[in-house]
Design a protein around this ligand. Structure first.
Ligand code: NYM
Ligand code: MG
Length: 211
């Protein structure tokens, strides 16, 4: 499976705390890339549309209770159920801009006290991102941004622990962008990182997360 003649698409992930600006930046990057004529799709995890995603959504809204390991595995399953579609899109030349991925899975569950290695295990074998952009915002600052939406995990003390786990996950694909500066400045940096990534990964093999 050699991919399309223009080369494969890039797997670009945006990560960060709740209210760090990921969703806005994903939307802006998506329209920028579309404007450039680049085949792109915006994805997000959790994908709340699937039946697994609906269970996750109910849990986040406090409409259901689930054991910590059970919900961890559901978040992971929600990525696994999209893996083959993700692979075919990328090999077909479409770049995916993804709002949250395995790093959210590990950081949020580890912040609850689950063993981090246990948290990583079900993520092994999912597609490895070509670029992870971490929008770095102080937990207190994020909380001030129009407040939280009332979902589970949206508490500043918890988000501080999540930030610590995120910082322990940095690898060679990570780029930390200061998310506290004006949106347009963040957008500019995100665009540049994405454009470089897209051109560099055209000839690169897709790989799996190994951790
Ligand atoms: N979240 C997200 C997890 O705990 N594990 C995961 O694997 C993923 C993808 O879900 N507070 C958490 C982070 C968020 C919440 O995400 C919902 P969003 O981006 O607000 O829909
Ligand atoms: Mg949220």
């Amino acid at each position: 499976n050699a991919g399309s003649k223009g080369g494969r698409g890039a797997l670009i992930v945006l990560e960060g705390l709740d209210r760090s600006g990921k969703s806005s930046q994903c939307a802006r990057l998506l329209s920028f890339l579309e404007g450039k004529g680049c085949a792109t799709e915006g994805w997000r995890f959790p994908d709340r549309e699937t039946s697994v995603g609906k269970m996750i959504s109910a849990y986040l809204a406090n409409e259901s209770q689930l054991d910590d390991r059970t919900i961890h595995l559901l978040f992971s399953a929600n990525r696994w159920e999209k893996r083959s579609l993700m692979e075919s899109k990328l090999l077909g030349g479409t770049t995916l801009v993804v709002d949250r991925y395995s790093y959210s899975g590990v950081a949020f569950s580890a912040a609850k006290g689950l063993d981090i290695e246990w948290c990583k295990a079900p993520e092994v074998g999912l597609l490895a991102p070509d670029l992870v952009i971490y929008l770095d915002v102080q937990p207190e600052k994020a909380a001030e941004r129009g407040g939280y939406g009332g979902e589970r995990y949206e508490r500043v003390e918890f988000q501080k622990r999540v930030a610590e786990y995120y910082h322990s996950l940095h690898d060679s694909t990570w780029k930390v962008v200061d998310g506290s500066v004006p949106m347009e400045t963040v957008e500019e940096q995100v665009r540049e990182l994405a454009m470089n990534c897209i051109s560099e990964c055209k000839e690169k093999q897709l790989t799996n997360l190994s951790w």
